[in-house]
Design a protein around this ligand. Sequence first.
Ligand code: CS2
Length: 457
Amino acid sequence: MIPRPPVRIVHLGLGAFFRAHGCAYLQDLNDQGAHWGVLGVSLRSPAVRDAMRARDYRYTAAALTPDGMDLRDIDVVRDVLVAPDDPTAVIAAMADPAVTLVTLTVTEKGYCHDPATGALKLTHPDILADIESPLPVSAPGVLVRALQARRVKGLPPFTVLSCDNLPDNGAVARAVTITLAQKIDPDLAAWIDANTAFPSTMVDRIVPATTPNDIAQIEAQSGQPDGAPVLHEPFTQWVITDEFTGDLPDLAAAGAQIVPDIAPFEQMKLRMLNGVHSALAYLGPLARFKTVSEAVTNESIAAYLRHLWRAEIIPTLTPPKDINLIAYADALLDRFANTGIQHHLSQIAMDGSQKLPQRLLGTLDDRLSNGDDVDALLLAVAGWIATTANQKDADDPMASILRGCHTCDSIRTVARHVSQTAIFDPRLATLIEEPLSQAYARLLQNGVGNEVNRFGS
Ligand code: CS2
C-alpha cells in the first residue's frame, strides 16, 4: 500500500471548493510521485471534519456531465482541526517546520476587510478580539499568530496562497495580515512584510453544494459509503503569480499556469464569470428560475448575458495572452448550461455586499467614467437591490442594513444602497445613483422578463 502523504500544507476554511479544486491538483501531483498532504482547518463549524472522519478524510470527487458522474477518490487531506475548539493546536500545526504553504478559501468576508477599499476593518469584532487575545478567531488572526509562532521558533514563514475570488487576492491577504500584525507587534509586522510571499491566484471550477440526494447517488455508483463527497464541473483552472519561493508543490506539473502578471486573468474571471453569475443570481429568481442551467436555457436570458459580455464587460478587459474573450464568453455559457449540474442561484446570491464591487461595480465604474452605455450592468445591480431590499432573511453580513423600509420608495432604497461606502466608492455612488434609480424603478414596474427582453433574444 502506498503511504499517505505527510502534512506539508495547511488549508484554512476547508470546504467543498478547495476539496474539489486545489486538492484535485495535489492528487494529480501525488499520482506523479509527489507527497503533499493537507491539514484542513475549519474556522467555524465541525461539520466538514465530522463528515470526513468516517473515511479517514478520503472522499469522492464527482465530475458532473450531462451524461452522468465520473468519480475519483481524493486522498490528500490527512486531518481536519476545528479552530474554535482548539486554536492552540491550529497555531502549533502551522508552526511545524514541515509546513511550507498555507492556502485559504475563507470567502470574501473572511478577510475582514472593507470590500470597496481592501483595507482591514479595525472595527470588525473578530479583529478587535484578535488584537486582544493570542487565541485567534479570524483568518488574518490565525495567519498572524502562526507566523509569530514560527518567528519565535526561528523558522521561515510559510507562503500564503489565497484562493478566494478577490482581485489581487494575495495583496488583500498581505494587507490584512500586516495591518493586524502592526496592531499586535510592529516588529513582527516588519518581519512578515520582509519575508513572506503572498502570491495572487485565480481559481476556477464550478462547485455546487452537495445534497443528501447527491450523496446517495454517489454511494450507489461507487458502492461504498462516503459522507463527504464533493461535486464539480469537469472544467478547472488555476493561475498563480510567479512568486513561489522555497519548497512548494510544483502545481505547474499538475496543470496550473504560473504567470508574471495575474491581473488580466483575474479581471476576466471575476468580471465575466462571477459578475455574470451574480447577475443571474439576482435576476433569475425574479423570473422564478432556481438554478443556473435552468436560467440560461431561457433564450431571452441567454441573449441578455451575451449582450452583457460582448457590449459591456469585454470592452473593459485586457485579454490574457492567447485568450479570445468572445470564445471565453461562449465557453462560459456552455459551462453554465451543463444540465448535469444543479447549481442553485441562492448559493451564488449569498454575500452579495462582499462580492459586488469586484464582480460588477468595477466594470460599471470603468464604463461610467468613460461615458459608455451601462444598461445591462445596471439591470444586474437593480436585481441585487430588489433582492436585498425585499428578502427577509438574505444571507449577507450587511443584510440588516440593506433590508428595505416601509417608507422607502425606489429612489430612497437605491440611495440607501449606494451610500454604503463599504460597497460603493463615494465617487461611483455619485455617478451611479440616478441611472440606477431609474433602472430599479423600471425593473419594479416592468418585471424582469420585459427588462431582459430589451436586449434581444
Ligand atoms: C460563484 C462562484 O458562488 C459564487 O459566488 O460565482 O463560486 C463560482 O462558481 C466560482 O468562482 C467558479 O470558479
